[in-house]
Design a protein around this ligand. Structure first.
Ligand SMILES: *Cc1c(COP(=O)(O)O)cnc(C)c1O
Length: 386
C-alpha cells in the first residue's frame, strides 16, 4: 500500500457521508439498533461493532486503519495519550509474578510505570544498556514476558538492534514492544523487523500541531483484540472523536512536516558540530553517533530532535543560553510546528549540584517548521552566552 493512498484514501468511505472530502466527526457516545436481534448480536462482538464510543467510533476507526497501514501492522488502537498506550500494551502482557527486561532510561513515565506502578502488582523489571543485544539475553529470566524497547530514546538517542532483539525474544516466546515515537512509522517500521507491538506518543509528530495529546498501539489482530477486551475497555483511556479527527488531519501532512524538520535538523547539526561552544551533538544520523551504522540500517530517516552538550561548567551560563532564544521557545514536548528548547539544567540547582555531574550541560533542541537559517542565527546568538 503506498503512502499517498494510506494518508488520502484508506478507511474513508466518502459515499457514506455526502462524498465530503473531510471525514465527519462522529461526536456520539452511543449507537442505536433497529431491533433486539441486531443489538444482541453486537453486544457480543463489540470489537467489530458500533455499540458505544469507549469501544469503536467510526471517526477513530478511519484513523486506526491509517495508523496500522503506516506501521505495516494488522491493526491499531488509539488512546488518550502516549502514556495510556504504553501502559495498556505493557499491562496486557504481564501478570502477577512476571518480569520485564527493559532498555535503560525509557521515557520518564514509562520508567515510573515499571519502577513504581507494576511492582504493586508483583511485576518486576530489569533495566539494561540496550546498545548490546547480549545485555537483553543475560537479563532474561524464566518468568520474563516482555522485552521493552525505545529506539532511539528522546534525550541521548541510544539505539537497540530491533531485528536482533526480536529474534532473541521470539525464540523464547517473549513479547517485544518498542516506543517508536521518535521515528514515526515513516522513518522506522519495527513490525517488519519482527517486533510484536509498537507504541507512539501521537502528541508529537503524528498529531504534529501541538494541539492534542494521544497515543497509538499497533500489532497483530490477535494482540490488538486482546488489548481491546482488557486494558482498552477496562481502563477506558480512549481518544475523543474530535481529537481523532485532528490526527487524521495531521497525518495528511506528516511526510511533508517530517521531511522539513529532518532537513532543517541536518543543517543545524552541521552548524552545531562545528561550533566551539558545543562539546557534543547527540543525533542518530550524525556520523559522530556511536551507533551511526545501526541507525542508518534500521531507520529510513531521522527526525528533528537532538541534544547538545555545551562546553561550560556553569549552570548560570546554560540558563543564560536557554533564556537568550528569540525563535526557539522554552518548553517540553516536540514534534509540532514550533522549535523548542529543553535545558536539562531545569532539573538542577546550584545548591545541590554534585561535583563532576555535567548533566546540566545537556540541552535538547526540537527543530520545527520555521526557516532553518533563522533558527541557526538564533542558536548562534544564544551560544554567545556560553
Ligand atoms: C511524549 C512521549 C511519551 C508520552 O506520550 P504522551 O502522549 O505525552 O502521553 C512516550 N514516549 C516518548 C518517547 C515521548 O516522547
Amino acid at each position: 500500500m503506498d503512502l499517498s493512498y494510506i494518508l488520502n484514501e484508506l478507511g474513508e468511505n466518502r459515499s457514506d457521508y455526502y462524498n465530503a472530502i473531510a471525514p465527519p466527526i462522529i461526536q456520539t457516545s452511543n449507537f442505536t439498533f433497529p431491533d433486539v436481534e441486531s443489538m444482541r448480536r453486537d453486544m457480543l462482538r463489540e470489537f467489530d461493532a458500533h455499540l458505544y464510543t469507549r469501544g469503536n467510533n467510526p471517526t477513530v476507526e478511519i484513523l486506526r486503519k491509517k495508523l496500522a497501514a503506516l506501521e505495516g501492522a494488522e491493526d491499531a488502537l488509539v488512546l488518550a495519550s502516549g502514556s495510556a498506550a504504553i501502559a495498556a500494551a505493557v499491562i496486557a502482557n504481564v501478570g502477577q509474578g512476571d518480569h520485564i527486561v527493559s532498555v535503560a532510561k525509557p521515557y520518564s513515565w514509562t520508567t515510573r510505570l515499571m519502577m513504581d506502578f507494576l511492582p504493586r502488582f508483583g511485576v518486576t523489571t530489569t533495566f539494561v544498556d540496550g546498545t548490546d543485544v547480549q545485555h537483553f539475553e543475560r537479563a532474561i529470566q524464566a518468568n520474563t514476558r516482555i522485552i521493552y524497547l525505545e529506539s532511539p530514546n528522546t534525550f541521548t538517542f541510544e539505539l537497540q538492534d530491533l531485528a536482533a532483539v526480536a529474534a532473541l525474544a521470539k525464540a523464547r516466546g517473549i513479547v517485544t514492544m518498542v516506543d517508536n515515537s521518535y521515528s514515526t512509522p515513516l522513518y522506522q517500521q519495527p513490525i517488519k523487523l519482527g517486533i510484536d507491538l509498537t507504541m507512539h506518543s501521537a502528541s508529537k509528530y503524528i498529531g504534529g500541531h501541538s494541539d492534542l495529546v494521544a497515543g497509538v498501539i499497533t500489532g497483530s489482530n490477535e494482540m490488538i483484540r486482546k488489548i481491546f477486551y482488557s486494558e482498552f475497555m477496562t481502563l477506558g483511556g480512549i481518544i475523543s472523536p474530535q481529537n481523532a479527527w485532528l490526527m487524521i488531519r495531521g497525518l495528511r501532512t506528516l511526510p511533508l512536516r517530517l521531511e522539513r524538520s529532518a532537513r532543517s535538523a541536518a543543517k543545524i547539526v552541521a552548524f552545531l558540530e562545528d561550533h566551539p561552544k558545543v562539546k557534543r551533538v547527540y543525533y542518530p544520523f550524525s556520523p559522530t553517533h556511536p551507533q551511526y551504522e545501526l541507525a542508518r540500517r534500521q531507520m529510513s530517516g531521522c527526525g528533528g530532535l537532538l541534544t547538545i552538550a555545551l562546553d561550560t561548567d556553569s549552570l548560570d551560563r546554560v540558563d543564560a543560553f536557554a533564556d537568550a532564544f528569540r525563535r526557539f521557545i522554552l518548553g517540553v514536548s516536540w514534534g509540532g510546528h514550533e522549535s523548542l528548547v529543553f535545558p536539562s539544567g531545569i532539573g538542577y540547582s546550584k545548591e545541590t549540584l554534585a561535583p563532576g555531574d555535567t548533566g546540566f550541560t545537556l540541552v535538547r533542541l526540537y527543530i520545527g517548521l520555521e526557516d532553518p537559517y533563522l533558527l541557526i542565527a538564533d542558536l548562534r546568538q544564544a551560544l554567545e552566552h556560553i
